[in-house]
Design a binder for this molecule. Structure first.
Ligand code: 4AD
Ligand code: MG
Length: 466
């Protein structure tokens, strides 16, 4: 059972050739002795018009049963289309029905549905134009990411989902409970025996970085690409409880090299999506945000801005804009500050470097070459217009004693990090890396306003359907 993909026929299907297609009906129009269907199989934004003459076997019965959402198989000849906006259409000579979709109850009828409504039917929204485009672009981004790193000789390494360490030290981890549903306590509730299972409390990872560092100190250049979890109670358009992260880790690299890699990386992904998903990008431009194409071109063509945290604070302090949250050296940048810098001040991505030590994670390299009361670390964040922070990275502390002291000073126990310290004890090297939030990247490229609409099954507070 082989059938053609609609995208291939739209792009370079030969007229007068015969094909078999399978997919879901988007619309049906009936004329005298003829019907027109728009068929979509998910391979492209545009469906293929199918012309059904009434001479086809079973026409009378089938045409009543085939409504929006029905799944069908159709065979026929590809012909030049007289219709506007399509090169070809199919003149059908056989059709079969897999499943009907009762128009009384099927929610996706031919009209515009609000994005909020579609969020309540996450199991059906992939069949709409908007979510079709989002998930195709998401797929193209994932492929571009692997292509970028593989072409540069990076090894894709698989870091654990279940872990005992809190990489970011923010204490926002989901715990792993281990139930034996066959053993109920006297209360009738299942018994949690996680402690027995792992021997210590276990959590879902917030980042694969620490383990990626292990691999980088053996393979030089590595990257992770996997799910990460954060129990932040953030009900915003940029936070998820479960999101995907890409984390390259590079041995013999400093912060400047890290920033260069991140900039090349983002440019590469944008370029790839512009080349491979032109129709979907056009859709976002027309339906979501009329700046999408201009932004994308700018990412590819223009250099990112690079400033220090201290310079960022000075810009924010000088600006005439009133911010909700205070701006002062030593305080973290809030989303409104990040967006001001990227969207209004520079109007392009900004790489902010050298943040205060007090607001960053323990593993970042301390800038202590010159003594200063404004102690900073070799951290960088990349701020994107419309999204804010899209990448967070740093040069890592490679000096054993400095790292041990930092671990202690943030209240962690160096003994818990014995393996991490071993990397500094044996053959330590300068190294750096960063984390790209995959969903924030997809938001950035598509212009979609809410992060819950760029992942098929979003996880956020009070929501874990499916
Ligand atoms: O800045 P973060 O916390 O950095 C790290 O986890 C480092 N260990 C990365 C590294 O150096 N290897 O997270 C990295 C990125 C953020 O810039 C953001 O894009 C995304 O992950 N992110 C989230 N995306 C969606 N929902 C959340 N709750 C997110 N938290 C972080
Ligand atoms: Mg961050």
């Amino acid at each position: 059972m082989t059938s053609a993909r609609i995208i291939d026929l739209l792009r370079d299907g030969q007229t007068n050739d015969s094909y078999t297609l399978r997919g879901w009906v988007r619309t049906k129009r009936e004329g005298k002795g003829i019907a027109f269907l728009e068929l979509n199989d998910g391979s492209s934004l545009q469906g293929l018009q199918i012309v059904l003459p009434q001479t086809i076997d079973g026409y009378e019965t089938l045409i009543k049963q085939i409504t929006t959402g029905a799944s069908i198989e159709v065979s026929g000849t590809l012909v030049e289309s007289m219709g506007k906006g399509q090169r070809v259409e199919m003149q059908a000579n056989a059709i079969a029905l897999f499943g009907t979709a009762d128009p009384e109850t099927y929610p996706l009828q031919k009209k515009r549905h609000s994005i909020e409504f579609l969020r309540t039917i996450a199991h059906l929204r992939p069949r709409t134009n908007m979510f079709g485009a989002v998930f195709r672009v998401r797929n193209a981004c994932a492929f571009a990411i692997h292509k970028f790193f593989q072409e540069r000789g990076f090894l894709w390494v698989h870091t654990p989902i279940v872990t005992a360490s809190d990489c970011e030290g923010a204490g926002e981890m989901f715990g792993v409970t281990t139930f034996d549903l066959n053993k109920l306590a006297t209360s009738g509730k299942p018994v949690d025996f996680s402690q027995d299972f792992f021997g210590k409390p276990a959590f879902l990872t917030v980042s694969g970085q620490l383990e990626a560092e292990i691999m980088a100190t053996a393979f030089s250049n590595v990257y992770t690409f996997g799910p990460t979890f954060r129990a932040e109670n953030s009900n915003t358009s940029r936070h998820l409880a479960e999101f995907w992260m890409i984390e390259p880790e590079v041995a013999f690299c400093d912060l400047e090299g890290d920033a260069d890699l991140a900039e090349d990386f983002l440019k590469y992904i944008f370029n790839y999506v512009l080349e491979t998903c032109p129709e979907d990008m056009e859709f976002f431009q027309e339906r979501v945000n009329n700046q999408v194409m201009a932004n994308a071109r700018k990412i590819v063509d223009e250099q990112f801005e690079r400033i220090t945290y201290t310079e960022a604070i000075a810009i924010l302090e000088k600006s005439s804009k009133t911010f909700e949250f205070p701006v002062s050296w030593g305080l973290d940048l809030q989303s409104e500050h990040e967006r001001f810098l990227a969207e209004e001040h520079f109007q392009k991505p900004v790489i902010v470097m050298d943040y205060p030590l007090g607001i960053k994670a323990f593993y970042m390299r301390v800038n202590d070459e010159s003594a200063s009361d404004r102690q900073t670390v070799r951290a960088m964040d990349i701020l994107a217009p419309g999204v804010g922070e899209i990448i967070g990275g740093s040069q890592r502390e490679e000096r054993l004693e400095v790292l041990e002291a930092r671990i202690r000073s943030v209240g962690l126990n160096p003994e818990d990090y014995w393996w991490y310290l071993d990397l500094r004890r044996y053959g330590t090297v300068p190294h750096a890396g960063f984390g790209l939030g995959f969903e924030r990247l997809v938001q950035f490229i598509t212009g979609m306003g809410n992060i819950r609409d760029v992942i098929p099954f979003p996880r956020f507070p009070q929501s874990a359907e499916f």
